[in-house]
Design a binder for this molecule. Sequence first.
Ligand SMILES: [Zn+2]
Length: 290
Amino acid sequence: MKLITTLSLCLCLSTMAVAQEKETVIKIDTLSKDVFMLTGQGGNIGIYVGENNVFMIDDQFERLSDKIKNAIGTLTNRPISFLFNTHMHGDHTGGNAKFNTKATTLIAHDNVRKSLEEKLAKDQNLDEKILPEISFSDDITFYDGEETIMAFHVHNAHTNGDAMVYFLNNNVLHMGDTYFAGRYPYIDLKSGGSVEGYIKSHKKALLLINDDTKIIPGHGSPSNKAELEAYVNILEDIKSKIEKEIEAGKTLEEVVGNSSLLSAYDSTHGNGFINPERIREIFYKSLKTK
Ligand SMILES: [Zn+2]
């Protein structure tokens, strides 16, 4: 009897594990007439269904590609003309090979192409369809009927290859991982990201948008200008607090260990991927090397 109970418990647990894996649901938010935000696991996806073209921004993980395709299928049955990578991280480019079909052109910043080439060289299991067919250095503009889609590079922000995409008439801005709405940002210092560049990228975005703009952050819920302004103020305050510690000669260990330093924001912003210790570490390392 005991054996049966144990056996049924095991079966039950393994069924639960399978169920959890299957449970990622792709949620669709309608941000404007033609632009949608898809959330599943990893970076937020932007979909534009325009007069002539379907334009997709980022593609999360390969294991979710079929689910994402099904979700896009509820918006349009036309093929994706353009797929755009906001940067090279795997939770934004993992589905590249699955989405980069003959009908689709993959586009990204020069440095995204470079990092994906390096990734491809190291892993024989990867398909060369993960590589962008078009890369650009500063900016690139797409025209689709009434819509103008402006993609532009921001220097050394989250990585060395970030780009934002602005749908002018729909008034929607996809910021990639230069914006982690409502939580501490991950700034990938090893891939060329920096605190200075991160804050500068927000200032560039703020020049472009207005009070009605909808923002797709790389992670977090759909956002807007007022929230982005408040967010930049927080980052600038964190920057000045950490700079003061550096000027006072504090070591990395002392700053990472000082839990009261940013306590004003830890409870609201420190519950995501980047916890309070890591944000103090990232800011210290980035500002120390300045
Ligand atoms: Zn990222």
